[in-house]
Write a protein that binds this ligand. Structure first.
Ligand SMILES: [Zn+2]
Length: 326
């Protein structure tokens, strides 16, 4: 209900803003570049690679902003309404998209659901496919499935990421067929890199002392764990605004102790204090795993890429799960 009211008032505010701006419609082509607006960081990074110097790609999420509770502001609506392409992740990640799009009067705007080719998985710790300790961690999140649906973090399975690249490419080619060959070539290069990344993960994670990712954050790495045959236990549900209960915190500490793990993984969206407290309680170290939803201001200014983040993650996983390099 909160979201519905929020989006409704944004639509009204935007109509006023657009009216004040002279109701500018259609893609802003003055620069000669395709105007592309994306929501999350992986889409932004893939789109800017595909678009190269033929597109101007921007990200809706300001650096460091929490993505699951993000709602577009009136100025974001204006940016979307002036674009040629608007690319979002999926309805589980950005449930506000349908409502926003109906409020935009730009018939030439192409809306790309980057996750439309992906096979979705349920998220949350009550997904018993990933682990053998379901009875410990299934005490929360049952309601979250009903409310929020499937796991939105599809980009953390690199085969899914390649499908997202295909879908984003289709959007580019449809919006700007004259440069189709250029976009296709860039997408191919990107998919080759994703395949190499997948291969590196598979080899590195093949022989580890423990196959359990214990994560003091929200349920982010379900797809990654599933792809490489790892177990995954997160502190909270598939949205980073879900509050872990005291019982869940205590049960995670028990899981860490009984697993013999040496590290608890922390997430980039939370203050590290809670993870550090839990790790201290369980007597283990803390390592950061980045979900790549968004970049910090610092990473953005250093032009960090999706591949940089995934390389960092693999190093952390290799250390945390004690995998032998091959
Ligand atoms: Zn998330």
């Amino acid at each position: 209900m909160k979201i519905r009211i929020g989006v409704g008032s944004i639509v009204v505010a935007c109509c006023i803003a657009l009216f004040a701006a002279g109701c500018k419609k259609g893609g802003e082509q003055q620069t000669g570049h395709l105007q592309v607006v994306t929501t999350l960081f992986p889409l932004y990074d893939f789109a800017r690679t595909i678009g190269g110097d033929k597109a101007q790609v921007t990200m809706l999420l300001p650096p460091g902003v929490e993505p699951h509770t993000f709602e577009p502001r009136p100025e974001d609506m204006i940016r979307i309404s002036r674009a040629n392409l608007f690319i979002y992740t999926n309805k589980y990640m950005e449930p506000w998209v349908d409502k926003i799009i109906t409020g935009i009067d730009n018939k030439s705007l192409r809306v790309v659901n980057a996750g439309e080719r992906v096979k979705y998985r349920p998220g949350g710790n009550d997904d018993t496919h990933e682990h053998a300790h379901g009875q410990i961690s299934s005490m929360n999140n049952n309601h979250e499935h009903d409310a929020k649906g499937m796991d939105p973090h599809i980009w953390l399975d690199f085969a899914n990421a390649a499908l997202m690249v295909d879908t984003i490419l289709d959007g580019f080619v449809a919006a700007d067929p004259a440069n189709g060959g250029f976009y296709r070539q860039n997408a191919e290069t990107l998919k080759t890199r994703l395949a190499a990344l997948d291969d590196k993960y598979r080899k590195t994670l093949a022989s580890c002392s423990t196959r359990m990712i214990l994560h003091g954050g929200h349920y982010t790495f379900g797809y990654l764990a599933h792809r490489y045959g790892l177990e995954y236990h997160a502190l909270s549900g598939i949205s980073s605004d879900s509050e872990p209960s005291a019982e869940r915190m205590a049960s995670l500490v028990r899981e860490i102790r009984s697993s013999g793990a040496k590290y608890l993984f922390a997430e980039e969206l939370l203050s590290p204090r809670l993870t550090e407290t839990l790790a201290q309680e369980a007597g283990v170290g803390v390592l950061m795993l980045h979900g790549a939803h968004n970049l910090s201001r610092e990473d953005m200014s250093r032009n960090v890429t999706f591949f940089d983040l995934m390389d960092r993650n693999l190093k952390q996983l290799q250390k945390g799960l004690q995998c032998r390099a091959r």
